[in-house]
Write a protein that binds this ligand. Structure first.
Ligand code: PEP
Ligand code: MN
Length: 366
């Protein structure tokens, strides 16, 4: 099945003036005062396009703060009225969706603990049929791209076209300085499958700690993400959930000031023509690379025929060792990482063994 999604561009549902989409707000709505004041300070930065808050909190263990539920939706209405900004909330059940929409929530997101479960995602998709609302889907807790893709397919199947991905990192059991390991290549793979799907970085849930927010937000920007969702709280240390990773609105404003946002393309004529010239050269070098690979394979094929006709074994370990070492040394002299040359030669060697096996098991040409 060739995956495809009908996705509307981000600027069809939120105005960002060509800048990355910035969503910020507390992990959880705790009190009316905390929510409205955080929203007010964030709006005052002039750089935030939407406010977030958790109203129902999916907790790993029972007994932790599980969110204020419906009463918090009324505070959201006030925060919206005071700031004029749209509001995003996590939904995990059809009831959450019904309530969020009833109170005028503008953007829904599916949390990492929900994306892992196709039953839950399908229930959410069914509840979204006939509704026109933007839905952002966080990556599943575990690094399984198919689960993430499946969630988009189910929600798109319900007719939702205002879609976006939130990359919040993965829990892998491996030791890491981050709470959730980013595994950037997962998001890049998603982008390759669905180039039109906006991707928003969530440095807060990747980091787990304030100290790592900057570097993760910068990395997301360097990878040309379409935006960021960051947790911000007027008094982070006293937050009822995710205290260690939240920033005051002022600290968040400072972080935004220091973010370096690169342009995807430059319209500068000279720059474009320089790029074009280099690309033409790269295309030509790549062509030679592939032609050389093909030439090498045809030599291997000849070698295999000699081995077969003289009954010599296919794999000669000393020769392979010598190839690997001499190519790595050559690479090092030319400023290439030895690991790069080693990995490439391992792949070439595997293919060469496959080809030789094929030749040796074929009958000699009469
Ligand atoms: C959150 O956004 O507060 C949250 C619960 O995140 P995640 O689903 O990424 O754990
Ligand atoms: Mn959180």
């Amino acid at each position: 099945m060739k995956p495809d999604l009908a996705v509307e561009p981000l600027d069809s549902w939120i105005q960002t003036d060509g800048k990355p989409l910035i969503i910020a707000g507390p992990c959880s709505a705790e009190t009316e005062e905390q929510l409205v004041e955080t929203a007010r300070q964030l709006a005052a930065l002039g750089q935030v396009h939407a406010i977030r808050a958790g109203v129902w909190k999916p907790r790993t263990r029972p007994g932790s703060f599980e969110g204020m539920g419906e009463p918090a939706l009324a505070w959201i209405q006030r925060a919206k009225a005071e700031t004029g900004l749209p509001f995003a909330v996590e939904v995990a059940t059809p009831q959450h969706i019904e309530l969020a929409l009833k109170y005028g929530v503008d953007i829904l997101w599916v949390g990492a603990r929900t994306t892992v479960n196709p039953f839950n995602v399908q229930e959410i998709a069914d509840a979204l049929k006939g509704v026109d609302v933007p839905v952002l889907v966080k990556n599943p807790v575990n690094p399984d791209l198919a689960l993430w893709v499946g969630a988009f397919e189910r929600i798109a199947g319900a007719g939702i076209t205002k879609l976006g991905a939130i990359h919040r990192g993965f829990s892998t059991g491996e030791a890491s300085k981050y709470r959730n390991i980013p595994m950037w290549q997962m998001a890049i793979e998603l982008r390759t499958m669905f180039p039109q799907l906006p991707i928003i970085g969530d440095p807060s849930h990747m980091a787990g700690k304030r100290a790592y927010l900057n570097e993760l937000a910068q990395m997301a920007m360097d990878l040309n993400y379409d935006g960021l969702i960051v947790e911000s709280h007027i008094d982070p240390d006293k937050a009822w959930s995710d205290a260690a990773q939240q920033l005051t609105p002022a600290a968040f404003g400072e972080m935004l000031e220091h973010l370096h946002i690169r342009q995807l393309e430059s319209s500068d004529r000279e720059f474009q023509s320089a790029m074009e010239q280099i690309r033409v050269k790269i295309d030509s070098v790549d062509r030679q690379l592939v032609e050389h690979l093909a030439a090498r394979m045809s030599l291997v094929e000849k070698l295999a025929e000699y081995k077969r006709d003289n009954n010599v074994s296919m794999f000669q370990p000393d020769r392979w060792k010598e190839i690997l070492e001499s190519r790595k040394q050559l690479g090092a002299k030319l400023n290439l990482y030895p690991e790069l040359v080693e990995e490439i030669y391992k792949i070439i060697h595997m293919e060469s063994i496959r080809k030789q096996t094929e030749v040796i098991n074929s009958a000699p040409v009469a």
